[in-house]
Design a protein around this ligand. Sequence first.
Ligand code: ZN
Length: 385
Amino acid sequence: MEVGPTRRVENLAEARKAVEINAAGRVVMPGFVDSHTHLAFPPPASGELGTEGAARALRATNGQRLETRARGYLQAMARHGTTTVEVKTGCGPDESAELKILRVLSALERDPLEVVPTFLFRLPPVSGNGFHAEADWVFRELMPKIRRRRLARFADIAWEGDPERLDCLVRCLEVARTLGFASKVHADLPGSQAAVTAAVGHFASTIDHLEHAHPSEACLLAGSCTMATLLPCVSFHSGAGNAPARALIDAGVAVALATNFNPAHTPTLNMQTVVALACLRMAMTPAEAICAATINGAHALGRADRTGSLEPGKTADLLLLDVSDYRELARRFGTNLVHMTMKRGEFIYKEGAVARREDRRHNPPVGQSAGPAVAPDSSRSLLRR
Ligand SMILES: [Zn+2]
């Protein structure tokens, strides 16, 4: 991607065959990086099952069905402006289910979004003294296998807030680091302080959720290399409190925003909604929220060298929004403002037109009219690398 004043960009050799896109009156911004989702989870029909039931349903689903469903969600994300997405596993210590999800995720990579797979491990309760046999097996067998096959870059450890499992959390962070995983900690329950301390002490890339964190925990994260990934849609859907975004940012903590999209429990995949909620309910400014949803999300996934901002040398992952001022994103809650989504310099989504009466008369719709669709389009663009 090249960025710069019109004259300089027009004089580049690559500009000669480029297609010009008129963005007058529209906001051009980086594509959203959704750095925390549970997209592989079962749809609402099994929503009453809870985490264990959902994991069971996921184990019973075949890879083909899983892939078809996930592809539909990824396409909906593209229509709402997401260009890179992280997806977690989380089927419990079940090797074939975890590997099935990771294989599906690698099949979905780059079609059309960049998919970053994460191995999610829920710490089992400790039985007797010492480690649980299940955890031990995950550390000795499953995690090395996932790493050897390069199926996931991140290991995310779900912290249940149970002090008895703290040793297991720490051990998991150590194992992840030894194996070469970058680690994340899932802290969505009360008692997050121990998880924050462990994450910082073991150089975790991010600690996520923090809906129950106290503002005073911000000082534990400040100055560390661990980012906080906040998920305002979780609080919106569950009625839980919001993460202390203001305290974190004011203390100097790097904050990323993501959806936590889970078809059953957090059914919002629109990062524009995340930005609006962060402004409306967590007192973030539109500029802070947009940075958190783009470049900081890219940092949270270790992809900031190639995406998350409009800079020369990065891939052209960008959006055209149907607003003339970026601050509108904070106000226009619930409306898809994306006019066009571009991934690696190619359109993956263009807003469709609504048929007028005379169009319908000459061109009667057959069944369902074809709405806007994600269609890989190889149109050249001035912004393509
Ligand atoms: Zn989550």
